[in-house]
Design a protein around this ligand. Sequence first.
Ligand SMILES: *Cc1c(COP(=O)(O)O)cnc(C)c1O
Length: 412
Amino acid sequence: MAYLNDNYLKLKAGYLFPEIGRRVKAFCDANPAAAQRLIRCGIGDVTEPLPLAVTAALHKAVDEMGARATFKGYGPEQGYDFLRAAIAKNDYRDHGIDVADDEIFVSDGSKCDCGNILDILGGKNKIAISDPVYPVYVDTNVMAGHTGEANEAGAYGKIVYLPCRPSNGFIPEPPKKHVDVIYLCSPNNPTGAAATREQLESWVKYALEHKSVILFDAAYEAYISEPGIPHSIYEIPGARECAIEFRSFSKNGGFTGTRCAFTVVPKSLNVQTKSGEVKPLHPLWNRRMTTKFNGVSYIIQRAAEALYSDDGKAQVRALIEHYMGNAKVLRAGARKAGLKVFGGVNAPYIWVRTPKGVTSWQIFDKILNEANVVITPGSGFGSKGEGFFRISAFNSRANAEEVARRLQELKW
Ligand SMILES: *Cc1c(COP(=O)(O)O)cnc(C)c1O
């Protein structure tokens, strides 16, 4: 009989969102009337339609694909030059950040990139991951066999967890001990916290001293509203020698269902072989992409390119202002309900402390049953997320206002 990958059996049963889905379905089946007024502020998925600049580019690209003279088959695995150039110029060089076109690798999502990056990193690395955070970093390391078993609280052996608490503003400090690979997510999902320049400088300093690699997930960079907060890890001198950056069009352009993202791998980022030889990671990621990926569809890359047109930029701004307007409404509502509220300023997520003695899943059930609102229990993002819950601002304004109202009606 063939063998399976035993590492998958270490994964905690019921990944967060399936468990939420199960509870919501059970509730709706049992309470059809309440189901009618259900508002979902759970999963971090956008709600507003694609910007007009994008749908126009999609239509045009579809027509090109339908005509012999402009039809395209396989494209470059790394992404079309037009999109790599638009990204490197608009997201980096126009901001004084040194990133070359061929350091951009276009993909069908940051979730895949965050997981796939482990293909080119060794199995013996000591891995540090913020807690709480986007569950993909931990789970992909479990699948790759980089961890021990999970304990009761869901923390895996061998991973160095970086606690994110109110006392450190939910931004972890570099550990005292040595780690090789560091996952940072700023602005953070789920806490909404964004790292300051000084905080990122301390991480880059640590990574250069320890010869570690920082995996920097900037999926929410477009939501940063406070001046001075870095939008890219490469704003920090030295980061080109120690960091990979993940970005996505999912949250800024509303591409969660359209699928396009990119990873920046600087050519100056080196790591070592088993025997201690120093080698760049860029050729490995290039090799990985050309071997295991056949590129994002031409149509979708044209759509992503349209986000960088003048119209596209203005429409993205409007989308973000819409969601951040919701965040403001939700923050105020939760605060008026007597809750302690974090985030929602540089990210579309409000991170809320549960009342004393109430667990994340207990408050999930209470808010579902009594307010008919779906939130996300903090414990699903890591053991340090226990005692918190996340409200997503991805919604219509009417829904955000209604949720803010219902939260204030709850008896705590
Ligand atoms: C939504 C999200 C992404 C984007 O994932 P895609 O696969 O590009 O849709 C990446 N990182 C975090 C932390 C996210 O919340």
